[in-house]
Design a protein around this ligand. Sequence first.
Ligand code: FES
Ligand code: MG
Length: 587
Amino acid sequence: MAGAKTTKKFRSQEWFDNPDNPGMTALYLERYLNYGLTREELQSGKPLIGIAQTGSDLSPCNRHHIELAKRVREGIVAAGGVAFEFPCHPIQETGKRPTASLDRNLAYLSLVEVLYGYPLDGVVLTIGCDKTTPAMLMAAATVNIPAIALSVGPMLNGWHKGKRTGSGTIVWESRQRLSAGEIDYDEFMDIVASSAPSVGYCNTMGTATTMNSLAEALGMQLPGSAAIPAPYRERGQISYETGKRIVGMVHEDLKPSDIMTREAFENAIVINSAIGGSTNAPIHLNAIARHLGVKLDNDDWQAVGHKIPLLVNLQPAGEYLGEDYHHAGGVPAVAAELLKAGLLPHPAALTVNGRSMGDNCANVENLNPEVIHPVSNPLKESAGFINLKGNLFDSAIMKTSVISPEFRDRYLSNPKDPEAFEGKAMVFDGPEDYHARIDDPALGIDEHTLLFMRGAGAVGYPGGAEVVNMQPPAYLIKKGIHSLPCIGDGRQSGTSGTPSILNASPEAAVGGGLALLKSGDRVRIDLRKGTADILVTDDEIVRRRAELQNNGGYHFPEHQTPWQEIQRGMVDQLSEGMVLKPAVKYQ
Ligand code: FES
Ligand code: MG
């Protein structure tokens, strides 16, 4: 156990050992004895450690944490702590309607109450499926008691007929094959099922692998923890180490605010570019930062991250999957490559093990340069996000690592003759509208059309739907046109390789520029200047805005649950982390 022990009384002793108020102490204490805990355990000044359990039958990506928590508990006890496992609100990315991201802030709120209101001195945050990671880290940021994250680990690689099948990515690919009549429904289902061969989270570089990698890049997980596949023995072993380490962190009073500093966020942005991370990352990291009072916005993502090369060859930007990432060395090997090239901005940033990122990673060997490329031989140069602005929105993110080489040469990286691309807008109001109309030939969608999705942001959907990556109409796919530029105020699954322009803020539902767009408008996007504009006169914009106001604003679907209504009333935009605005002041 690293570091010095403090002599101070832990916060749990205010509940369990307060002789000045024996009545309350007895009330607090007795019920925790009823299943076998002893006064000796609760009153001897041992740290009481929560295990925030995000696994359940409803959350299969994180379900293996039910097993891993046993090893965490053994680690806590071995280091002289007492373990309290408790359930967290389930968030299942693929199973929750209308969208799992609606629940991120709900799980955040609930965990804040638990961490604040119960006698816990530290907490192990069990992370995995997309939104579980930010929800846990946001709550740890707000309450700021010692906290360590534990990834559940990715699933094993999926295989079908000798080819790697990656979570989500195979769905997007196979759906096109189904639309084109190349495979039937049963084969489609078999292919997709092959991508989920074991316990664990998505094995592609989707939002789950991204956020687990970034929790490690931020310093909140033990080195190497993010990438170990869920069923591997090392997963149980690092769970034990994580349990042991949180007890040490409580003795050292090592808190989230000591670790998740501005420097740590800049390291995470750089690592996100190098791994080809999800466009959901800026939403979640901006949110965690806001709950800590660290300044971070989408301009920082471009300024710090855009010039960083893509090193990790995982689907959807590359070929490989989670097991390969782990065998190559995971996050520490990526950090080591960046360190060698002088690209990791803050090697001195502290991590949960009490050592710096640089100390943890500098001597880690990259065991497979085909999976984790060195900076001298990147998969793509300048592969981070760009942040676009204009009369359509104040901020929208584009993931440049998935742009095709031809498109990149023509529109992004040609320094002499930068071209902007222009096209005719086809506007859809939410995913239902898109599905109902996309194949209608009367819309006249062709290869020069830009597809727009609006009404899909934090307020409009609500929670922000992953629907901006829109497949072209089947008649274009049959002609060999597999993608059209997609732009919208919703999100996109991290497992999709579509080079969309996403998370546009402010969204249509709160009167952003997208609400003024009409199908048939010309739109101009200049990636090098970072602009996106409807080509209409300023007078026309004024006229359309007045018309929108006269119509009572942009119409979005009714609330279906109390939480939808509550969140819509206080949620910030995707560019601002989609946080609950009143929650940010509690630091
Ligand atoms: Fe849960 Fe991807 S759906 S990790
Ligand atoms: Mg997703």
